[in-house]
Design a protein around this ligand. Structure first.
Ligand SMILES: NC(=O)c1ccc[n+]([C@@H]2O[C@H](COP(=O)([O-])OP(=O)(O)OC[C@H]3O[C@@H](n4cnc5c(N)ncnc54)[C@H](OP(=O)(O)O)[C@@H]3O)[C@@H](O)[C@H]2O)c1
Length: 314
């Protein structure tokens, strides 16, 4: 990116081959995930940094240079990177995970950010308990499509996905949600409440914020938990303390960046995600774009035209 702003700041260009630092590996990128975080970074929502700069936090590919204690040169890995929209990218050696033979690179490229976030918001932040009824917002998206499947794998009794179009609701059902609700329609929270026979949901994954977060309070069970980890609407949640108090609700924040200070938990999550994907219990939904179609990929994401995860292939 050459500046902060709209998609006009994105350009495919030649740059020097990255030189890995002493704790880094050089990955030849097979697929680079595109996330909503990349969109926000481009828009300047995460602050400014030196430009021009690359984007892209999650990649899968083949190790071309390694470091002491790092993965073997030639091995296939998934890793977290700074500039993944590229043919070659450096990753911290402790962030890369070997790929099982049966896991495709493009699927693996959706797991580092989207998969780990879905898993950790359910398990670590949301403390999912067997039998919980779980509501996932933006459930047709990258994190959401994995979260509705993982909720079930982690013991949910019922899974409800919310999204904004009939096509997305079909997608959510086809990935195993028990119910799909259109949260662009007035009264959606009441509909969720009725789906739970008037009990409310136990756990909510909320990456949307704004009015959606406020409406959510109408369908959470007493003692329910809400994990807030994004604000795709442009506005973080503004719950009233009184509303939380009267229902004994817990709101927990989640940031993958902060969790990276606890690498063992993140690695365990990724390991589990790769195992679920290898044995077919987790089905990433991935749409491919060529690297030089990065503008189209970002536009589709901002225009809410996508389901599942997007990857760029160099
Ligand atoms: N905290 C963390 O560490 C962390 C890590 C990863 C992701 N995230 C957050 O998780 C969310 C999902 O990320 P993702 O990469 O998987 O994206 P995504 O869900 O594939 O795409 C974002 C979705 O948000 C929904 N949305 C609601 N209001 C929107 C608006 N005003 N503009 C655009 N989209 C809107 C759209 O679904 P509908 O059309 O169905 O409403 C859209 O498809 C994002 O908010 C992201 O910032 C946070």
């Amino acid at each position: 990116m050459t500046d902060f702003g709209g998609t006009e700041v994105l350009r495919v260009d030649d740059s020097a081959v990255p030189v890995p630092g002493p704790d880094e590996v050089l990955i030849e990128v097979d697929a680079a995930g595109v996330t909503y975080g990349d969109v926000m970074k481009r828009q300047g929502a995460f602050g400014t940094f030196d430009l021009p700069a690359g984007l892209g936090q999650q990649v899968a590919g083949t190790v071309r240079r390694s470091c002491s204690g790092g993965p073997a040169v030639g091995s296939r890995v998934a890793g977290m990177v700074e500039h993944g929209y590229a043919e070659l990218a450096n990753a911290q050696a402790d962030s890369v995970m070997p790929l099982p033979d049966s896991v495709d690179g493009r699927d693996a490229a959706s797991l580092w950010v989207h998969g780990v976030t879905a898993y950790q918001t359910l398990r670590d932040a949301g403390r999912i308990t067997s039998g919980d009824t779980v509501l996932v917002h933006a459930a047709a998206g990258g994190v959401g499509t994995l979260a509705i499947q993982l909720a079930r794998l982690l013991g949910a009794g019922a899974v409800i996905g919310a999204a904004g179009t009939p096509q997305k609701l079909d997608h959510i059902r086809s990935y195993g949600a028990d119910f799909a609700v259109d949260y662009s329609e007035a009264g959606w929270a009441k509909a969720v409440f009725e789906l739970t026979d008037g009990r409310g949901v136990d756990l909510v994954l909320d990456s949307v914020g704004g009015q959606t977060s406020l409406d959510t309070l109408d369908c959470v069970a007493p003692f329910g938990r809400i994990v807030t980890f994004g604000a795709a609407s442009g506005t973080p949640p503004t719950y009233s303390g009184m509303a939380l108090m009267t229902q004994n609700l817990t709101v927990t924040g989640y940031s993958l960046m902060s969790w990276r200070s606890r690498p063992a938990a993140v690695s365990q999550a990724l390991e589990q995600l790769l195992a679920f994907t290898a044995d077919g219990r987790l089905r990433p939904k991935v749409t491919e774009y060529r690297l030089d179609e990065v503008v189209e990929a970002h536009r589709a994401l901002v225009d809410r035209q996508t389901v599942g995860s997007l990857v760029l292939r160099p």
